[in-house]
Design a protein around this ligand. Structure first.
Ligand SMILES: Cc1cc2nc3c(=O)[nH]c(=O)nc-3n(C[C@H](O)[C@H](O)[C@H](O)COP(=O)(O)O)c2cc1C
Length: 71
């Protein structure tokens, strides 16, 4: 509703992220989830522009369980 997007990314500078976010050494950095407003796709290389299309989603009742796991 606010126009914000999230994206899980693995392609980031772990050293820089650790410094900027002051993450203690005992925490290992794996993936991060970015939160922000989408930029203009035309700023991306053509090959990446083609990948910026919505993908399908599983329905929530396949993923979300109340009280007990119903897999
Ligand atoms: C382990 C992992 C690492 C990823 N790293 C990046 C990344 O560095 N940059 C990026 O733009 N998307 C990255 N992605 C892809 C996005 O998180 C996302 O899966 C993709 O854009 C499809 O998004 P959608 O399912 O919302 O359409 C990564 C995905 C995974 C699973």
């Amino acid at each position: 509703m606010l126009g914000l997007n999230t994206r899980a990314i693995g392609g980031y500078d772990r050293v820089l992220a650790r410094e900027a976010l002051q993450i203690p050494a005992e925490y290992e950095l794996l993936a991060v989830i970015t939160l922000g407003y989408p930029g203009d796709n035309s700023a991306l290389p053509e090959a990446l522009q083609a990948r910026e299309v919505p993908t399908s989603r599983r329905s929530l009742n396949e993923l979300v369980f109340e009280a007990v796991f119903l897999g």
